[in-house]
Structures are given as structure tokens and as C-alpha cells.
Design a protein around this ligand. Structure first.
Ligand code: HEC
Ligand code: HEC
Ligand code: HEC
Ligand code: HEC
Length: 499
């Protein structure tokens, strides 16, 4: 591996290998720009207007509407040429139990191309956009404008009412040129208060060009909190980055930030009755926390927007997608291995991550069911040792947030393999500790605790929402190591299949 990279970089004639500087030299040399007919007028939302001046980038951006090759990625399927929608809750059944109580537990699909980001909100179970206009924050290029014009009322207004405030022709327009580019210079920029506040919290004031090639993605590919008032109405969208540093936004700090205020708790978990926060797609945080590629100065755009030759020009491919569905073209900019070998390395990392993720996910789900039992017994008058109970609860929460972090991160471990292992290991340890403490609490109170806890997953997976979604057994992602059944007998999953 190491030798492969060295050879490739040497071929490119770059002396200093693993520095961001070296990558920039190499990149700059690849992007000759043709003469342009003028510049884009300020405040232009319409990508068609940008496309008149930058037709090649525009064309590739539009291709995010196209289906991807099926069967090239093992774990990131969806909107591929097979036409199947992949249901994340069927893939990882424990998530259905853990997310039961709000929209994420009703309909939660694998992502598809950028073109669909608003369309998917309009098509998904309405519970998912219940918070209101706030849901457009990371979807519509008009989000900042709507906030400026309507104030915080925009965040609270019913979702469809907020969509109606977008000019009719652009109601389903997702991430657009204006979100990432300055109209005059075409330099990269960010377009939302959320990331501006978050970068300020990190003390990151003047990012380099190479850093911007990740930050533009971090506008949306990071976790966030919809803060709530007493009536649970949204008051803001914040990234929980306070107290973190550039290149070091840990899951520990994220959990600490979520737990810092009750206004960060967004929903009530049905099984346990606990009021909780949530973690969404933390790609930016996970990747930038000392991954091997980040340390080598590689940006999101290097792997998801590789250079492409179009006629005599070379452009950054704006058809952002999984490198696996693009035959590892991005990787070959730096690596000399064969595409199949690179793919095998990605899958090996992902298989290991999934094994640990499932282990931790089922362990956390088991604890949730024990809390359900405990609360039932409490209602019947059983009294628990408060200190033990509180300790068990805190350990459970620590496990829960870590499981949700890993499940929501979209690379299935690849962006930062060793960090994935660390987080899953800690999740498993917290869940194990929580189970031990809770069993002790229950036994001391005279409650009979079954050795094997039935998770009744069929109850959470079938008949979901207005579409009455059911468990899709063919989509379940089983433990690649085949060991999971030792820890949880298959029957204890309670996975009823409904036709
Ligand atoms: C304005 C918010 C936003 C920005 C900015 C953004 N993304 Fe996305 N991205 C999304 C959303 C939302 C989806 C899922 C869309 C859906 O499923 O409807 C997505 C999906 C993806 C996918 C999956 C595509 C597929 O074919 O399945 C990849 C890969 C991706 N983004 C990478 C990136 C990279 C790299 C950047 C920066 C160059 C970036 N994104 C910038 C919001 C954003
Ligand atoms: C070194 C290359 C590399 C870098 C850098 C990188 N990614 Fe990825 N990314 C991948 C690979 C490989 C996958 C797994 C794709 C698969 O399994 O099909 C992936 C998956 C994804 C997905 C899910 C794709 C899908 O089809 O559903 C998203 C979204 C994503 N990355 C966003 C980002 C963002 C945002 C950054 C920067 C913070 C980033 N990536 C940095 C290689 C990279
Ligand atoms: C999600 C962010 C994002 C969006 C949306 C986006 N771009 Fe880009 N664009 C980039 C990145 C990243 C680069 C690479 C810039 C660099 O290396 O400095 C880039 C580069 C460019 C360049 C410089 C030449 C090249 O190809 O590298 C042009 C021109 C361009 N984009 C035009 C557009 C147009 C037109 C649109 C809308 C149709 C658009 N971009 C939408 C992120 C984006
Ligand atoms: C811009 C250059 C660049 C791109 C693009 C790139 N890599 Fe790398 N990759 C590196 C560098 C540099 C290293 C670190 C080499 C080292 O330290 O030995 C590395 C390391 C790796 C490693 C070893 C990681 C580890 O934890 O030891 C793997 C596996 C890998 N890359 C796979 C990929 C795959 C798959 C892709 C495409 C999705 C990709 N790389 C894209 C430059 C790149």
C-alpha cells in the first residue's frame, strides 16, 4: 500500500509526498481553464445561468440525477440501476428499536444523488419533516435567504408552507452552485449560518483552499442539533462543535454538547421513555479526526469529485458519488493498485466495521428492552437503587449515541477505520456495563430477569408510518464474521416477516 502511493506520487514528480502542499501542486497542474464569457451576476440561484458560463461543471452536476451502477458497492446501495430503495431500518434492524418514537424510526433510507435532496423530503413519511421549515436548512440553497427574510419564524413554520416560500421553479432544487462558489472568483465558499458559527467555535477563521475542499461538504455532511423551546418547536440548527478543535471533533465532545442542555433533546425514545438527542451523518467530524487520508492532506473532493477529462478540458467531476460506483477512479489519482484491489481493501474495512457495529447495536437494543422491563416493574411498585439505576442509564446513553453515530456515518468505517473500531469498542463496553448494572438493579429489587432478552423487532419494523412499511428481510445486513448468533440467538431478535 505504502509503496504504491509512493510510486504514484513519484511518477507525478512531486518531491514532498504526504503534505497538503504536494497535493495542491499536483492538483493545480491538472486544471487548465478555458476563457469564460463573463461572470455570474451576484445572488444568482439558478444553476442554468451558471451553466451558461461553466457548461462542463453544470453538466456533471446535473448527472447526480442519474441512477448509479448496481452491485458495485456492498453497503451503500440505493437509487442504483436496480431501482430498489434501501431501507436502513431493515438493513440494521436494531436501529428500528432504538429510533422508535419519531420520524427516524419510521422511514430512513440510504442516500441517493444530490439532485434528490428536497424531492426526498417531499416523498418521505411526513413525520420526518415535522419540525418544519428548519428541515430545509441543509437542503435548499434558499435556506439562508428565507431565514434572513422571515427570521426564526421560518424555522418553525410547517414544512410545506416553508417550501412554498421558495420561488416555484426552484422548490425541488437541492445543493446548487451558489452554495459552494463565489460568483465572481469561483473560489469555494460556504452559504449557511450553521457552518459559519461552527467554524467560529473551532477558531477556524481563514481556511486554506485544500481545507475548503472539505468544508463545503461539511456544510451538510455533519451532525446537527435542532434546538427546541418548551413546546418542542425548533429555535435553531447548531453543530455541536463547541469545545472541539479543528481536526479533533470527537464523538465524546459531540455527546457532551448534546447533553449540555435539555433544549438539545429532540425526541422521546418509545422503548425506554428517555428524552434524547440524536446524531446524523457525521462524515466531516469522523473523517477529519486524524484519519490517515486527512493527515495526508486529502479532502472530501479528492475522493468524491475527482478530475475528469472532457474533450480538451479537465474539470472537477460534480457528479458526486461513491468512489466504488465510479470504479475507484478517484483513488487512482494517487494509488497505483488495481481498482479491484482497492475495492477489496474498502470492503475489508467495511466488513470489520459492520461486525462491530452490529455487535454494539444489538447490545444497546438489549439494554433498552431491559429498561422497558424495569419501567414496567416500577409502575407496578418495585423500587430500585437510584444510584445503580442512574449509572446504568448513563452507560446506556453513551452506548446509544455511539451506535447512532456509526450507523449514520455514511462510509461504513472507510473514512476513518481505526476511529470506527474505537467508537464501536467503547459502545460495546458501555452497553455491557449498562446491562450488568441494570440486571443487578432489577435482581436486587426482586425482579426475575430472563437470561435471553427478546427484542421483539418485528413490532418496530412492521406497519411503519403512512406507507405501512414492513421489514425487508432480503435487505438485512448480517454480521460478516458470522459470530453474532453466539451473542444473541436469532430467535431472540423477534424478527417477524410480514408479507
Ligand atoms: C446542501 C447540503 C449538501 C452539501 C453542501 C453536500 N451534500 Fe452530499 N448529500 C446531501 C444530501 C441531503 C444527500 C442525500 C440526498 C438524498 O438521498 O436525497 C447527499 C448525498 C451525498 C452522497 C451520496 C450520493 C449518491 O449517489 O448516493 C455523496 C457521496 C455526497 N453527498 C458527498 C458530498 C461531498 C463530497 C460534498 C462536498 C463536495 C457534498 N456531498 C456536499 C447534502 C449535501
Ligand atoms: C480517501 C477517499 C475518501 C475521502 C477523503 C472521503 N471519502 Fe467519502 N467515501 C469514500 C468511500 C470509499 C466511501 C464508501 C462508498 C461505498 O461503500 O460505496 C465513501 C462514502 C461516502 C458517502 C456515502 C456514499 C453513498 O453512496 O451513499 C458520503 C456521503 C461521503 N463518503 C461523504 C464524504 C465527505 C463529506 C467527506 C469529507 C468530510 C468524504 N466523504 C471524504 C471515500 C472517501
Ligand atoms: C457541493 C459544493 C459544490 C457545488 C454545489 C458546486 N461546486 Fe463547483 N466546485 C466544487 C469544488 C470542491 C471544486 C474544486 C475547487 C478547488 O479545487 O478549488 C469546484 C470547482 C469548480 C470549478 C473550477 C474548475 C473545476 O472544474 O475544477 C467550476 C468552474 C465550478 N466548480 C462550477 C460549478 C458550477 C457551474 C456549479 C453548479 C452547476 C457548481 N460548480 C456547483 C464544489 C461545488
Ligand atoms: C489525493 C490522494 C489520495 C486519494 C485520492 C486516495 N488516497 Fe488513499 N492514501 C493516500 C495517502 C497519501 C495515504 C497514506 C499513505 C501512507 O501513509 O502510507 C493513503 C492511504 C490509504 C490506505 C491505507 C490507510 C490506512 O489506514 O493505512 C488505503 C486503504 C487507501 N489509501 C485507500 C484509498 C481508496 C480506496 C481511495 C479512493 C476511494 C483512496 N485511497 C484515495 C492518498 C490518496
Amino acid at each position: 500500500m505504502r509503496r504504491g502511493v509512493l510510486v504514484s506520487v513519484t511518477v507525478l514528480g512531486v518531491a514532498a509526498i504526504l503534505t497538503a502542499g504536494a497535493l495542491l501542486v499536483y492538483r493545480g497542474a491538472l486544471a487548465p481553464q478555458p476563457v469564460r464569457p463573463g461572470t455570474v451576476p451576484p445572488g444568482t440561484y439558478d444553476p442554468v445561468v451558471w451553466g451558461k458560463i461553466y457548461p462542463l461543471e453544470y453538466d456533471s452536476w446535473r448527472q447526480t440525477a442519474d441512477p448509479r451502477s448496481a452491485n458495485k458497492s456492498k453497503y451503500k446501495k440505493g437509487w442504483d440501476t436496480d431501482g430498489v430503495v434501501y431501507d436502513k431500518l431493515s438493513e440494521f434492524p436494531y436501529l428500528a428499536l432504538l429510533s422508535r418514537g419519531w420520524g427516524m424510526g419510521i422511514e430512513y433510507n440510504e442516500p441517493r444523488g444530490h439532485y434528490y435532496m428536497v424531492t426526498d423530503q417531499l416523498e418521505i413519511d411526513p413525520s420526518r419533516v415535522k419540525p418544519g421549515g428548519v428541515c430545509l436548512t441543509c437542503k435548499s440553497p434558499y435556506a439562508q435567504k428565507l431565514l434572513d427574510e422571515n427570521g426564526p419564524a421560518f424555522l418553525k413554520m410547517p414544512y410545506l408552507e416553508a417550501v412554498d416560500k421558495i420561488p416555484a421553479a426552484h422548490r425541488t432544487l437541492g445543493v446548487a452552485c451558489i452554495d459552494c462558489h463565489d460568483n465572481q472568483t469561483m473560489d469555494l465558499k460556504v452559504s449557511r449560518w450553521t457552518i459559519r458559527n461552527a467554524l467560529a467555535a473551532l477558531g477556524k477563521t481563514s481556511p486554506t483552499r485544500q481545507e475548503m475542499r472539505s468544508i463545503v461538504c461539511g456544510q451538510c455532511h455533519c451532525t446537527y442539533i435542532i434546538t427546541r423551546d418548551e413546546e418542542m418547536k425548533p429555535t435553531d440548527v447548531v453543530f455541536p462543535w463547541r469545545g472541539s478543535r479543528w481536526g479533533d471533533i470527537s464523538v465524546e465532545n459531540i455527546i457532551r454538547e448534546i447533553q449540555a442542555s435539555s433544549s438539545n433533546l429532540e425526541w422521546t425514545q418509545e422503548v425506554t421513555g428517555f428524552k434524547l438527542g440524536f446524531i446524523r451523518h457525521p462524515e466531516f467530524e469522523f473523517y477529519t479526526r486524524d484519519s490517515v487520508h486527512w493527515q495526508a492532506g486529502v479532502a472530501c473532493a479528492d475522493c468524491h469529485m475527482p478530475y475528469r477529462r472532457v474533450g480538451t478540458s479537465k474539470i472537477s467531476d460534480h457528479n458526486v458519488m461513491s468512489p466504488l460506483k465510479d470504479d475507484m477512479r478517484a483513488c487512482l489519482q494517487c494509488h497505483t493498485e488495481k481498482p479491484d484491489d482497492l475495492r477489496r481493501q474498502v470492503l475489508a474495512i467495511q466488513d470489520r466495521t459492520v461486525a462491530l457495529m452490529n455487535r454494539a447495536g444489538y447490545a444497546a437494543a438489549t439494554v433498552a428492552k431491559l429498561f422497558e422491563l424495569a419501567h414496567r416493574e416500577q409502575a407496578k411498585g418495585k423500587v430500585f437503587d437510584q444510584k445503580l439505576y442512574d449509572q446504568a442509564k448513563e452507560c446506556y446513553l453513551q452506548a446509544f449515541y455511539r451506535v447512532v453515530f456509526l450507523a449514520a456515518e455514511n462510509s461504513v468505517g472507510f473514512h476513518n477505520p481505526s476511529e470506527a473500531g474505537r467508537i464501536a469498542g467503547d459502545a460495546l463496553a458501555f452497553a455491557g456495563r449498562a446491562e450488568g448494572l441494570l440486571r443487578q438493579t432489577l435482581t436486587a429489587a426482586g425482579v426475575q430477569v430472563p437470561e435471553v432478552v427478546n427484542l421483539e423487532l418485528g413490532k418496530y419494523l412492521n406497519d411503519r408510518g403512512t406507507k405501512k412499511l414492513n421489514f425487508r428481510p432480503e435487505q438485512e445486513i448480517k454480521d460478516p464474521t458470522g459470530l453474532q448468533d453466539v451473542f444473541l440467538p436469532p430467535a431472540a431478535k423477534g424478527l417477524a416477516v410480514k408479507k
